[in-house]
Design a protein around this ligand. Structure first.
Ligand code: HH2
Length: 279
């Protein structure tokens, strides 16, 4: 177990990475693919966030813009209005919050409201102001691999050689972050499951996770309720994909994932505890 500890850093964002961290997903959106609309009201979002922290989440990842395939962009002002009340409440009460956004204005507002980590599915490519902002703020950041935008990504999922191409593209985004002045120890990397990857490509990528550790950063894996989990499980709808998502999360942990981004926090925490005790 903890085989991610041999090459990747031992700490990130103030956390000890000797066991995988659990990041709970809190989408304050009307349209996210599996929980859209459930936490659109601030009170519902805050209650769901506390339930995740009580269930053992190390981090609550708050997002105000769906990035499901085909999703339309949300203006930053709207995104900020959605996420700030939940960030204030959860961070103010002692929870560690990350902000899931591509927009520098939203990153700044979220950090001002108490978020400690930025999670950007565009790996700071979407908004030119993002990298200088994070370099100045010195906060930890997750850089995720994607091609195109959520609107176009399904059309650009053709790879001659899947894993080396994704490794090179993610390394290029990491290098851009370093060139902008972001500290290497602030950076975690994510292969971006479901983002410009079709069904079986996600499986190949997950099986190759160990190769991503050679980039020298903690790895975040987000497979929770994604379409390929539903396909592997046999045409299961998003709301019923938690058992399959946990199976994939444990597999990712065994291949070196340091942070697991999940909807079912309590189920994942319990599964990890048992799995770690056995291994
Ligand atoms: N997946 C989603 C959103 N943000 N961030 C990282 N780092 N990795 C991921 O795999 C990832 C992510 C999409 O999932 P979800 O938040 O559940 O849905 P939606 O984008 O529809 O809000």
């Amino acid at each position: 177990m903890a085989d991610h500890a041999d090459r990747a850093p031992a700490r990130w964002a103030g956390f000890d990475l000797s066991r995988p961290l659990v990041m709970g997903i809190l989408n304050v959106t009307p349209d996210s693919f599996s929980d859209g609309g459930r936490h659109a009201a601030p009170e519902a979002a805050i209650a769901a966030g506390w339930a995740m922290l009580e269930g053992g989440a190390d981090i609550v990842d708050i997002g105000g813009e769906s990035t499901r395939p085909g999703a339309a962009p949300v203006p930053p002002e709207e995104e900020i209005a959605r996420v700030v009340p939940a960030i204030r409440a959860l961070a103010g009460g002692g929870g560690v919050v990350s902000i899931d956004t591509r927009n520098a204005a939203t990153m700044a507002a979220a950090l001002d409201a108490g978020a400690r980590i930025v999670n950007d599915v565009s790996a700071l490519a979407h908004d030119a102001a993002a990298a200088p902002l994070l370099a100045a703020r010195g906060c930890p950041v997750v850089l995720m691999h994607m091609r195109g935008t959520p609107e176009t990504m399904n059309d650009v999922a053709d790879y001659a050689d899947l894993v080396p191409e994704i490794l090179a593209e993610l390394a290029a985004r990491r290098d851009a972050a370093l060139a902008a002045g972001i500290a290497p120890e602030a950076i975690a990397l994510d292969p971006g499951f479901g983002f410009a990857k079709r069904g079986g490509q996600n499986v190949d990528l997950l099986r190759a996770l160990r190769r991503f550790r050679d980039l020298g950063h903690p790895l975040l894996v987000g497979v929770s309720r994604k379409r390929f989990i539903g396909e592997l499980a046999g045409s299961v709808a998003p709301a019923h994909r938690d058992p399959g998502s946990i199976a994939a999360a444990l597999f990712a942990a065994s291949r070196g994932a340091a942070i697991l981004r999940v909807h079912d926090v309590a189920g994942t925490v319990q599964s990890l505890r048992v799995w770690r005790a056995l291994t």
